[in-house]
Every structure is written in structure tokens, then in C-alpha cells.
Design a protein. Structure first.
Length: 365
């Protein structure tokens, strides 16, 4: 494993352990959290980030917060569970894995509550099992995405690969999503030169992606976001691969702001544009990308980021955290189930998406 696992669980006492990613790359600071407000703040303030990691943190957080309470009745415990679930869900509205993980915890809670002889102890045991399963499944998912994604790269060729934001180990519990094929390929002797866009305004590409790739021994170069077109035109880029925070039923994909522009550039220069994401990122209830709620963040992140003012006080700032890439611009979506090429609603429905993505891989035309 190349990266430090960013989210885990400590026992006795029960605490959520997070690598504070706002401190990277200068220092590796771990947070030990045991209150609902501290966990909410960590998710909201991007101390933990990346859709899969957010889901794991929320699941573990539900368990930790309930485990540290003593309830007079199961009804009181159920009432607190519901309130906590809604509280955590409000922290990051675009990241579908957050809602997916919370819903899994709710389903397990309800099932255990309906069991004869249910107790606070049995409820906590069930929640611990479910949150631990989410963590373990995410690790297996990263490897599966990496294996499927690696089939898109020829081992005999040197590849220039561009990525945006951070969809590596720091965003998951393992190898990541977009970076998983690169990590696995590196281990197997593939040759990559990776170009990491800095990803304004919070610089997840330069602070996190470049940090973990360099730590893993991969060849990485940091680019300012506005350099993407030039390096594509210069022929340095053979593929673009990014992660996703939510994928609509028609294949439109929400990811970190700036992703859509990269897809447009890649289309212009004839470069394949890949999205790597687990099946839990698909939101089949959201029909089109225009229906995805885009998180709006504090403008101070743009004009006073990292403690230095780069814009006048009082100026208007527009700071959406994400944009939506049209499905027509996506060459393929790489999942733990397989590869979906030229994603559309009709294509998914005709290739057994009902069971979430068992797609037979085809070569692009």
C-alpha cells in the first residue's frame, strides 16, 4: 500500500481517527474525534475528503457517537440515530457516498431494531459490523477499479496521464479510484508520467495528489490549472483520469470544479477522458447532471486561502466546489464491476445496470 490510510477506527475508547488533510503536505496530523460536532466539522472543513472516505468517516462516526452514549430506551437511541444521520448528511450535499453510507447504517440499524431481544449492545455491535464492512468493501473496490482501469493502458508504451483534484488513497481507504490503475501499474512495471493539476482554490492536486504519488515513488509533475491546454497541445498527455463525487443516471458526472473544462479540452485534442468511481457513486434517482446540487463554499477560500489575501476585502466571489461533466465528453467510466464506455442511460439499461454495472468491456470505436 503506497498511501497512509486517511480514516480508521480506534477502540477503547471508541474514536474516529482522521488524517487532517488540510495540514498536508507540511505535516501528517491525526485527529482523534469522539463528538458529533467534531466529526461534522472535519467533514465540512475537508479534514477528510474524497467521496469514499467521507462515506467511511460518516459510518464510523455514527457508530462512535452512539457508542459513547447511554440511552434510557431503544426508542431514545433510534431518535438520536435519526437526528445524527440528518446532521451528518447536511455537511457535504454533493458527495453521494455520504448519503449512501448513512443509508446503509440506517438499514442495518432498522433491521437490528426489529430483532427480538434487541438491546443497545446488540445495536452497537450491528453498527460496528456495518461500518467495518463499508471500510473493507472500499479497500476491495480500489483494487478492482485499479485492475479494470489498467486494461486501458498498454504496458509497452510510456503514458502521460493527467489527473485533477485527489482521487487516490487519501480519498479512500486504499489505492483510490483514479489513481488506483496508476499505483497497480507502477507495481507491475508500467511506465507513467503523471501530471497533477494543482486544483484551485484548495490545491488538492498539488497538496495531496502530488504528495501521495511522490511518496509512492511515481513520477509526478504539478501543473497550474490553466496549463492543461498547453501540455495537451504539446503532446505530453495520452489520457486524463479523474474521480467522481456523484454520477447521474445519464452518465453526467459531478467532480471537483475544473473537471468539465478538462473534458472539453481532452475532446478537442482527441485524448481519452476516463472517470473512475465505485458503483456507490451512481445516483440513479438523479436523471441528469443539471439535477445535482452543487455545494457552494466560502469565498474566503479563493481570496484568502491558506492565510494570505489574494483578493480585495468585500469583493464578490463565486466558489462552487464542483462542476458537472456531460456524459458525451466521457470516454469511459471505470468501476469495480467493469468499464462502461460511452455512458448513457440507454446503454446502462441495456447492459444490466439494474444490478449496478455489470458491463462487458468493449473497445472504443
Amino acid at each position: 500500500m503506497h498511501t497512509t490510510i486517511p480514516v480508521s477506527l480506534q477502540h477503547d475508547p471508541e474514536r474516529l481517527v482522521l488524517l487532517d488533510q488540510t495540514k498536508l503536505p507540511e505535516s501528517e496530523l491525526f485527529l482523534y474525534l469522539d463528538s458529533r460536532d467534531s466529526i461534522y466539522e472535519a467533514i465540512k472543513k475537508l479534514r477528510v475528503r474524497g467521496a469514499p472516505a467521507i462515506g467511511i468517516a460518516a459510518a464510523y462516526g455514527m457508530y462512535v457517537c452512539l457508542a459513547r452514549q447511554s440511552y434510557p430506551s431503544l426508542e431514545a437511541m433510534a431518535h438520536d440515530f435519526s437526528a445524527l444521520k440528518h446532521y451528518f448528511a447536511s455537511s457535504r450535499p454533493t458527495a453521494v457516498n455520504l448519503f449512501w453510507a448513512l443509508q446503509r447504517m440506517q438499514k442495518r440499524f432498522d433491521a437490528e431494531l426489529a430483532m427480538e431481544g434487541a438491546s443497545q449492545s446488540s445495536m452497537l455491535k450491528a453498527l460496528l459490523e456495518e461500518s467495518s464492512a463499508i471500510f473493507a468493501e472500499d479497500q476491495a473496490m480500489s483494487i478492482a477499479i485499479g485492475e479494470h482501469g489498467l486494461t486501458l493502458f498498454d504496458k509497452d508504451k510510456h503514458w502521460g496521464v493527467m489527473t485533477h483534484c485527489n482521487a487516490g488513497g487519501l480519498a479512500t481507504s486504499g489505492y483510490g479510484t483514479a489513481l488506483a490503475p496508476l499505483y497497480l501499474g507502477h507495481e507491475q512495471g508500467y511506465s507513467f508520467s503523471i501530471y497533477a493539476n494543482e486544483t484551485r482554490p484548495l490545491l488538492q492536486g498539488s497538496r495531496l495528489t502530488a504528495y501521495e504519488l511522490a511518496k509512492g515513488g511515481l513520477d509526478v509533475t504539478i501543473l497550474c490549472d490553466n496549463m492543461a491546454s498547453l501540455v495537451m497541445k504539446e503532446g505530453k498527455i495520452d489520457a486524463v483520469i479523474v474521480g467522481a463525487d456523484r454520477i447521474a443516471a445519464n452518465g453526467d458526472t459531478a467532480n471537483k470544479i475544473g473537471t468539465s473544462g478538462l473534458a472539453i479540452l481532452a475532446k478537442h485534442y482527441g485524448i481519452p477522458f476516463y472517470v473512475a468511481a465505485p458503483s456507490s457513486t451512481f445516483d440513479l434517482d438523479t436523471k441528469h447532471g443539471s439535477d445535482i446540487e452543487i455545494e457552494q463554499r466560502d469565498g474566503e477560500e479563493v481570496v484568502n486561502g491558506f492565510g494570505r489575501r489574494t483578493g480585495p476585502i468585500g469583493v464578490n466571489v463565486y466558489n462552487p466546489a464542483f462542476d458537472v461533466t456531460d456524459a458525451a465528453l466521457i470516454t469511459a467510466i471505470i468501476t469495480e464491476k467493469g468499464i462502461i464506455e460511452r455512458p448513457t442511460t440507454e446503454r446502462w439499461q441495456s447492459t444490466c445496470l439494474g444490478d449496478v454495472l455489470c458491463i462487458a468491456k468493449e473497445q472504443p470505436s
